[in-house]
Design a protein around this ligand. Structure first.
Ligand SMILES: [Zn+2]
Length: 240
């Protein structure tokens, strides 16, 4: 995909302390110097790609950009057409997690990208948090389960990145979040109600989610669904 570079700006200071949604992390963050910031435009979307890592591999950077312009429009089209059209990526040497997103800014750990350069669908997961734009991110297991469901469905290099949805194991719960919940959502979608993720996502955004919604949509409570799932969890999964 051809991405137009509109501008390249050098060296400015950014502080993320004021960004809502990252507030819980702010004690660990000092303001980070941005070395490069590029504004890229394609198909009505703008990506600001900022980095303070002089060693970021150009091919990894391009890969992350390409994934954004491939998956974000698909996620917006399916889940939330009112999503932001401008998203910022910040590869930040001061950030020690894998990735996190708040208020239209996704922050990435350059050490992770260096160690796992094929794990580019971390973008697919993170930008779903921009699309989600939920009134209330509780329950967090559902928020993160939906983001990993989206990574499974729309990811472009899950196979190359070695990312899979693990088989169900004893002791797991739908509240485990991430891939465990994502696999459960796929099972519910296939066996019970094929709009489960769309409707759950919408209810979370509208602020109308409650645990009753599972019963309303499928005729079963989430615990009943999980019980059925654990008895027959087979799913045919394919990875791009
Ligand atoms: Zn997440």
């Amino acid at each position: 995909m051809k991405i137009l570079t509109v501008q390249t700006i050098a060296i400015f200071l950014l502080t993320f302390a004021s960004i809502r949604g990252m507030a819980q992390h702010r004690d660990h963050h000092t303001p980070s110097r941005v070395l490069t910031s590029d504004s890229l435009v394609s198909g009505g979307y703008r990506l600001i790609f900022a980095s303070n890592d002089a060693g970021l591999d150009p091919s990894t950077r391009q890969h992350l950009i390409d994934v954004f312009f491939t998956v974000y429009p698909q996620e917006v089209a399916r889940f939330n057409k009112n999503s932001l059209t401008k998203v910022t990526f910040f590869v930040d040497t001061a950030y020690k997690g894998v990735a996190e997103t708040g208020n239209g800014v996704a922050r990435f750990n350059p050490l992770w990208l260096k160690k796992y350069p094929q794990d580019v669908d971390v973008v697919t997961h993170e930008v779903m948090h921009v699309v989600q734009d939920y009134k209330n991110y509780n329950p967090g297991w559902l928020t993160e389960g939906i983001a990993d469901y989206v990574r499974y469905v729309y990811g472009v290099n899950n196979k190359g990145g070695g990312w899979t949805l693990p088989d169900l194991k004893p002791g797991q719960s739908y509240q485990n979040a991430y891939r465990v919940t994502a696999r459960f959502l796929l099972w519910v979608e296939k066996n019970k109600y094929n709009k489960i993720v769309d409707d759950m996502d919408k209810a979370m955004r509208d602020g109308t989610y409650s645990s009753e919604l599972w019963k309303k949509l499928t005729g079963k409570t989430v615990d009943e669904l999980w019980g059925e799932y654990t008895k027959d969890p087979a799913l045919e999964l394919t990875y791009k």
